[in-house]
Each structure stands twice: as C-alpha cells, then as structure tokens.
Design a binder for this molecule. Structure first.
Ligand code: NAD
Ligand code: USQ
Length: 382
C-alpha cells in the first residue's frame, strides 16, 4: 500500500514508518519536527540518543534498501497538507501529528490554545485535503482512550446503544476527557465523523491507551534508527517514567492514591494495530472506532511491578505517593472493551517482567542523559 504517516518523526510515528516500510509498503512521512523543539522548551531530552530525521532516513535507506520520502511542514498550513496529499495520493493516511501531552496542554492559556488549534486545525486541514485530492484514502487517526474518561459503567468501542423514553438508538459513547489535550481529540472525533457522513470519507479512529516500551525490531537494527524515550513530567508516560526514575535512584512518583486505571499497550502492538487498520480499511462513509490497548492497570500496580523487577538489574526502587497535580478520580471502576483489533488479528505483547527489565537496562545505559529535575510534576490542573 501507499501510506502517508503524519507525525512520522515521533515516538509512535517513527517505528510505525519503519515497520510498514519493512513490510514492503511505500511509506512517506510528514512532520514539522515541533516535538524536538518542545524538548528544548521544556529543558529535557529523549533518554535514548536519537539521530536527526535526515540521518535516520539515510540510515534506513542503507539498512533496508528502501526510500522513505520526507515532507517537512506544518499540518496547520493547508496549502502544504493539500500539496502533500496531492503528490503522494495515499491509500491510507496515518495521522499522529498532534501535540499529545496532557500536562503540556495544561501549562497555561497559551499552551491550551496552541494544543487545540494545532490538533483541531491540523485534522480539519487533512480532512479537506483528502476530500480535495485523494477522496478514497482511508484516514487512520490516533485518538485516545482518555476521550471517554472514567465513567462508572463499561466503556464500549466508540458507540453505545441507549434506550430513552421508549425509543432506542446507537450513539457516540459519552465523552468525559481528562485535559484540554484529551478534549482536542474529542473535537477531532466529531469533525471526522461529520466528514465521513457529509462527504463519504472513510476513517478509523483509534482510541489508543497509554503506550509503553521504546524498541521495535526495526528501531533496534541500528543506533541511528533508535526511537525516542520520554521520561520527563510533561511528555513521559507513566511506565517509561517509572523505569527512568528507578534507573536514576529517584522514587517512583505515584500521583495520589494510584488507583487511576488506564488501558496500556506495548509500542510493538501500536505499530501492528496501525498495520491491521490499514490492511482492513473502513468503508466509504464509515467512521469506525477501535479501542487500541491490550491490558488495564492501575498506576500503583505498575509502580509495584517496576519496584519488584528493579533488584534484578541491581536497582532499588522506592514507591512514593505525592499529591495528584491532575484533576482525576484516584479510585474508580474501569472496564473498557477492546476486541475489534483482536478480531482483526492482533496478538498482544502483554506486559512482562522481561520488558520492564529491558526498559530499566536501557535507562541505566543512558543514565547520564537523565535530567532528574524534570521528574517532579510542576504543571497543575488547578
Ligand atoms: P510525539 O509527540 O512523539 O509525535 C508526534 C509527532 O507529530 C512529532 O514528531 C511532532 O513533531 C509532530 N507534529 C505535531 N504537530 C504537528 C504539526 N502541526 N504538523 C506536523 N507535525 C506535527 O507523539 P506520539 O507519542 O508519537 O503520539 C502520536 C499520536 O498518538 C498522537 O496523536 C497522540 O495523541 C496519540 N497517542 C499517543 C499515546 C502515547 O502514549 N504516546 C497514547 C495514545 C494516543
Ligand atoms: N501518573 C502518575 N505518576 C506519574 C505520571 C503519571 O501517577 O509520574 C498517572 C497520571 O496521573 C494518570 C496516569 O498515570 O492518571 C497516566 O498518565 P500518563 O502521563 O502516562 O498518560 P496520559 O497523560 O493519560 O497521556 C498519555 C499520552 C497521551 C495519550 C494517553 C492515553 O501522553 O498522548 O492520549 O496516554 S489515555 O491515558 O488512555 O488517555
């Protein structure tokens, strides 16, 4: 297939691009490299050293013998997006190119506005560009499990049947997002659903859980293909953060009680889910929603898992509870459906002690790059 990956320089996008290219698809990536600038803004850096984009691409050409064209530009620039879609004429567009950190969106008014404009305008531009220049392309959009929040009932995949005053209908599942970032994904979902209905576009919204891990077969094949490893309070996700904290002798920072429960998945399953969605496209006019995660854990369970494995690599990890900087339930019911990707053939990599050990070892190996002052949360929801 001919696949365009927007956000192809990022944590999920880069390994996805390599995976699909390695499987013989023609992959093009688009990115404005903003994520690398946000590291500078926040005074942090990837725990693993990452090559610049052109070096990565040259190395991939050398390792695989495959070209991966790169368009550098901003999803907020409609002319750029339309020209790329018209030039590539993709069968599928994987859209990762958004500001994806909840804390970043909660820093202040400017960051909240930036997040919503960047994400909502970028997605609208992509919808119009597909309509104008590649109407049959399948949009594979990264949403988030955080669109649903933590309701006191089971979470379904996108839609729920409701009976009301003697009548029934299937309607989008209610949204109770956690942050201005998560809200941007809700706005995107509504815009994409409308574009499918109005223009007959085909789209899959992947409501992804929290991703852990860093390495895939392709990123491991050369140091210059390494993936980024975020561990700071703004972009680091919880399990990867706990491993980096353990490696540098910092306590594992459980926010509040730690009963916050989320869906999680291995980065190797992220790339496989994208492949499955691409190979099994939505129909014209269809707005499909898959919940993309493989297991549920509470934050406290994850901290305990890391603390239990740490001694195997010569580390001692202390778990501490600090006041939760976020506004979220610290103890709650959580049961989310996630069968549709399994039905398409996903065989999950469940969280293993071996994976935790790999993350700890990788963090120890690059320990000198850790900036411990970026561990403690400073962004408050209140
Ligand atoms: P990331 O920040 O590492 O990558 C996003 C990439 O998009 C970056 O390379 C960035 O430079 C680029 N980008 C952002 N705005 C852009 C714009 N306006 N124009 C062009 N490029 C732009 O994030 P990630 O972790 O790879 O996440 C990818 C997607 O998956 C996001 O949409 C995110 O919301 C979603 N997601 C991520 C996770 C996770 O745990 N990482 C979980 C659920 C959903
Ligand atoms: N948490 C801690 N301690 C920490 C860091 C986080 O207890 O040191 C808690 C948070 O309070 C939260 C949970 O861990 O309850 C998850 O936080 P996170 O930072 O790992 O993930 P989150 O902010 O939810 O965002 C990440 C990605 C985002 C994606 C989302 C999927 O950054 O792009 O949309 O995961 S989901 O959580 O399903 O919405």
């Amino acid at each position: 297939m001919n696949i365009l990956i927007a956000g192809g320089d990022g944590f999920c996008g880069w390994p996805t691009a390599l995976h699909l290219s390695a499987r013989g698809h023609d992959v093009t990536i688009l990115d404005n490299l903003a994520r690398r600038e946000w590291d500078v803004e926040l005074g942090t850096q990837s725990l693993t050293p990452i090559a610049d984009t052109r070096t990565r691409l040259a190395r991939w050409r050398q390792v695989s013998g495959r070209e991966m064209p790169f368009y550098q530009g901003d999803m907020q620039d409609y002319g750029f997006v339309r020209d790329v879609i018209a030039a590539v004429r993709p069968d599928a567009v994987v859209h990762y190119a958004e500001q994806r950190s909840a804390p970043y969106s909660m820093i202040d008014r400017e960051h909240a506005v930036f997040t919503q404009v960047n994400n909502v305008v970028g997605t609208l531009n992509l919808l119009f560009a597909i309509k104008e220049a590649a109407r049959d392309a399948h949009l594979i959009k990264l949403g988030t499990m955080g669109e649903y929040g933590t309701p006191n009932i089971d979470i379904e995949e996108g839609y729920i049947r409701i009976a009301h005053n003697g009548r029934e209908d299937v309607v989008p599942y209610p949204k109770q997002p956690f942050s201005f970032y998560h809200l941007s994904k809700v706005h995107d979902s509504h815009n994409i659903m409308f574009a499918c209905k109005a223009w007959g576009l085909r789209a899959t919204d992947l409501n992804q859980g929290v991703v852990y891990g860093v390495v895939t077969d392709e990123t491991a094949s050369h140091a210059e293909l390494s993936n980024r490893y975020d561990y700071d309070q703004v972009f680091g996700t919880v399990l990867n953060r706990f491993c980096a904290q353990a490696a540098s002798g910092h306590p594992l920072t459980v926010y509040g009680e730690g009963g916050q429960t989320r869906g999680f998945l291995d980065i190797r399953d992220t790339i496989r889910c994208i492949e499955l969605a691409a190979l099994n496209p939505a129909d014209p006019g269809e707005f499909r929603v898959f919940n993309q995660f493989t297991e549920q854990f509470s934050v406290l369970e994850l901290a305990a898992r890391v603390a239990a494995v740490a001694p195997e690599v010569g580390l001692t990890a202390e778990v501490i509870h600090i006041p939760d900087p976020r506004v979220e339930k610290e103890r709650h019911y959580y049961n989310a459906a996630h069968t549709r990707l399994i039905d398409l053939g996903l065989v999950p990599h469940l969280l293993s002690d071996a994976l935790i050990r790999d993350l700890l070892e990788s963090a120890v190996q690059h320990k000198e790059r850790i900036r411990p002052e970026t561990f403690m949360p400073t962004v408050s929801w209140r």
